[in-house]
Write a protein that binds this ligand. Structure first.
Ligand code: FE2
Ligand code: FE2
Length: 216
């Protein structure tokens, strides 16, 4: 069954995989992330909601008004791309290179949204703990950027290519877990609805600009 899935996934785009996969398939030990209902009917209806796009309508805030949801959506997309990389198989060198380039594009834009807008919002808050989390996040971004720069200089036939993608994936997973478990809940608590909406608006604008720049 697992094998059938991976064969099927090879023919799917990362977007298809991201749509198919509800959050919570890989539950971390400690997590504040919203998980889908346990099993059975709840899970099925959640999958239907995700596939049909109804999921966002059932949450309290529309994703475009919620910077946390926007960032989480990017996280899921990058996870799906890593999954597509693994499913592409070792023989599919060109496809793997293309997927790594897509991952790099997604992460570059995502990091800018966070560094230039989302993380900056913590500058004006008083508690020290979230600021510490933001400082750590900047450092983790640097590690990811270094790995991406090294990967861009390699060919998929190079011995180090796969190893570097694995380390990149692990670094991204670790960072995403910290953001979703610690930083994002702090943001919701400290910034309030109005603050979050304002950040979301600026992030949307910047994202459109950065995506247009990438296409040029
Ligand atoms: Fe980040
Ligand atoms: Fe992030």
């Amino acid at each position: 069954m697992e094998q059938e899935d991976s064969v099927r996934d090879r023919n799917r785009s990362p977007e298809d995989i991201a749509r198919r996969k509800p959050r919570g398939a890989k539950a971390p030990a400690k997590s504040n992330r919203s998980e889908p209902p346990a099993q059975g009917e709840g899970l099925l209806s959640r999958i239907v909601d995700v596939v049909t796009g109804r999921a966002s309508e059932t949450e309290d805030k529309a994703p475009e008004d919620d910077p946390v949801k926007m960032l989480e959506r990017d996280h899921r997309k990058v996870e799906a791309l890593f999954e597509a990389y693994e499913n592409a198989g070792e023989g599919a060198r060109a496809r793997r290179k293309e997927i790594v380039e897509q991952i790099a594009n997604e992460l570059e834009i995502h990091a800018q949204l966070e560094e230039r807008i989302f993380y900056q919002a913590f500058k004006s808050v008083r508690p020290e703990e979230p600021k510490k989390l933001v400082r750590e996040s900047f450092e983790e971004h640097k590690i990811v950027k270094t790995l991406l720069a090294e990967l861009s200089a390699l060919e998929p036939t190079d011995e180090q290519f796969d190893a570097k993608v694995t380390v990149l994936k692990e670094s991204v997973e670790h960072h995403v877990e910290e953001e979703e478990d610690d930083l994002f809940p702090e943001a919701k608590k400290l910034l309030g609805d109005e603050g979050l909406r304002e950040i979301a608006g600026r992030m949307r604008e910047l994202k459109v600009k950065l995506q247009a720049k990438k296409r040029d």
